[in-house]
Ligand binder design. Structure first.
Ligand code: URA
Length: 236
């Protein structure tokens, strides 16, 4: 691992801004390998050095990965002048990490949204070539049936002629169903169901690959993903 400045290493972990960190380090609150370090420009290998702030160990992670239970009414964007975004749901130290949403959920869709600062990871999750399945719970007007399930399995052609990859529709009864897709076209699940005359009333993403939404997080709740979670996501 190339050497890195101490203030950058701490800033990359979302501890504080680079400017704030220069003050924090100069005031003697940071130790490197057990010794107080007051030089923000001190170079270190972040994977080897033991860095503490006020006695608390600050571990180094090159990239960051979070799951969020996106509530209805929040837009999937990093910033918006008028509306609350998914980034607004995070505390300041996480907003500093440069996280962005992996793919997009509509304002009216709730459920599992991944946030990361790792572009390659995001691409791998989104690209249909990776075959990462996205599973949704939907409530529809009317009742989806076996004919709809068959049409989904053959690949729905949307009203504008867009052809979707084969998808899975599981019928739960009572106007409820599960939809599994491997791509993320604009309003895809809503448009697929609407094309069968079953407009969506509510939509919630339950899983991405093998990774399931942790329902105990609650709307707006989030948590960091472990290495194990990332393996689970791609292992499906
Ligand atoms: N499909 C949709 O129609 N909306 C979403 O938010 C996600 C998938």
């Amino acid at each position: 691992m190339p050497l890195m400045r101490l203030d950058k290493m701490l800033a990359d972990q979302g501890v504080a801004s680079r400017k704030e960190l220069r003050e924090i380090i100069r005031s003697g609150r940071v130790c490197v390998d057990g010794a107080t370090e007051t030089h923000p420009e001190r170079k270190l290998d972040p994977t080897l050095a033991a860095v503490t702030l006020d006695g608390e160990r600050v571990g180094y992670r090159r990239f960051h990965y979070y799951m969020l239970d996106k509530p209805v009414g929040v837009v999937t964007a990093t910033e918006d002048r008028r509306q609350r975004t998914v980034l607004d749901l995070l505390p300041a130290e996480l907003r500093r990490l440069g996280l962005f949403p992996v793919g997009r959920l509509d304002k009216d869709t709730s459920g599992l949204l991944l946030l990361t600062d790792d572009g390659d990871f995001a691409h791998r999750v989104i690209s249909p070539k990776s075959c990462v399945k996205k599973r949704y719970y939907a409530e529809v007007e009317g009742e989806a049936d076996e004919q709809d399930a068959l049409a989904f399995s053959r690949g729905i052609v949307l009203g504008d002629g867009t052809r979707c990859l084969p998808a899975e529709l599981e019928l739960l009864g009572g106007g409820r169903c599960l939809v599994t897709v491997m791509e993320g076209k604009y309003h895809q699940v809503r448009r697929m169901l609407a094309s069968r005359g079953k407009p969506v009333l509510a939509l919630r993403r339950l899983s991405v690959g093998g990774l399931r939404l942790e329902e105990s997080l609650g709307p707006g709740g989030f948590r960091e993903l472990s290495e194990q979670d990332l393996c689970t996501l791609f292992k499906e």
